[in-house]
Design a protein around this ligand. Structure first.
Ligand code: PGA
Length: 253
């Protein structure tokens, strides 16, 4: 049985006090209403991590994630935050390769491969994002684009490494646009991703990799998306900033 996971990526939203308020609300509702094996991950900004970690002490349903980390271990990299620093704040998961990092911060596949290995070396779990642009889908290049992203950033891992990775398929045209991939599009790509991982790492490993969907996932479409066989949960942006809606998404898994 693959793990079911719903992660909320807050991106660059919420100041310190608003963030703590949101985290507290989500934690309370999840504790009261969420049953079963779903793993919830809160991924606020760096400034919230230490405090949210304290709110999560002893909580076995909700875990802490970070949105990025440095590709280097430590040293003279002004403005960067290392995987070790994040772990010391209670972080367990780190998003690597979000399309916004690829687009605005020019993060390429090679750099992302380096980040994945730093994350694993620090015994953290990468949530590796992949996904095509609208024009790539229109040109029927979406499978090739995603395969390349997987190959270039994940295929150098050994079997112990890959077993720890979570993949998030996030078609760029769906992120923050209100236009989500439909059930068929999501299932088709998730099955393709699993097949690609199977060719490289074998069936037993591929079968156990959680593959999350991200891109305009809301309480209204989550049940449908999560019903797809190869969709193991969601990476939620905008809708994770509203406590009630985020928990409704978690409950729809
Ligand atoms: P969205 O973002 O849910 O706001 O579309 C998803 C993401 O970027 O992870």
């Amino acid at each position: 049985m693959r793990k079911k996971i719903v992660a909320g990526n807050w991106k660059m939203n919420k100041n310190y006090s608003d963030g703590l308020k949101l985290a507290s609300e989500i934690i309370n509702i999840v504790n009261d209403e969420v049953t079963g094996d779903v793993i919830t991950i809160l991924i606020p900004s760096y400034i919230h991590l230490n405090s949210v970690s304290k709110l999560l002490e002893g909580n076995n349903k909700i875990f802490l994630g970070a949105q990025n980390c440095s590709f280097e271990e430590k040293g003279a990299y002004t403005g960067e935050i290392s995987a070790d620093m994040l772990r010391s704040c209670g972080v367990k998961y780190i998003i690597i390769g979000h399309s916004e990092r690829r687009k605005y911060f020019y993060e390429d596949d090679k750099l992302l491969a380096k980040k994945i290995s730093i994350v694993l070396k620090n015994e953290l779990i990468p949530i590796f994002c992949c996904g095509e642009l609208l024009q790539e889908r229109e040109q029927q290049m979406h499978f090739d684009v995603v395969a390349q992203q997987l190959e270039k950033s994940l295929f150098n891992l050994d079997s112990d490494g890959i077993k720890k990775v979570i993949i998030a398929y996030e078609p760029v045209w769906a992120i923050g646009t209100g236009v989500n991939a439909n059930l068929e599009q999501a299932q088709e790509m998730h099955a393709y991703i699993r097949g690609t991982m199977e060719k490289k790492f074998g069936k037993a490993i591929a079968e156990n990799i959680p593959i999350l969907y991200g891109g305009s996932c809301t309480a209204a479409n989550a049940s449908s998306l999560f019903s797809a066989e190869d969709v193991d949960g969601g990476l939620i942006g905008g809708a994770s900033l509203k406590s009630r809606e985020f928990v409704d998404i978690i409950k729809s898994i």
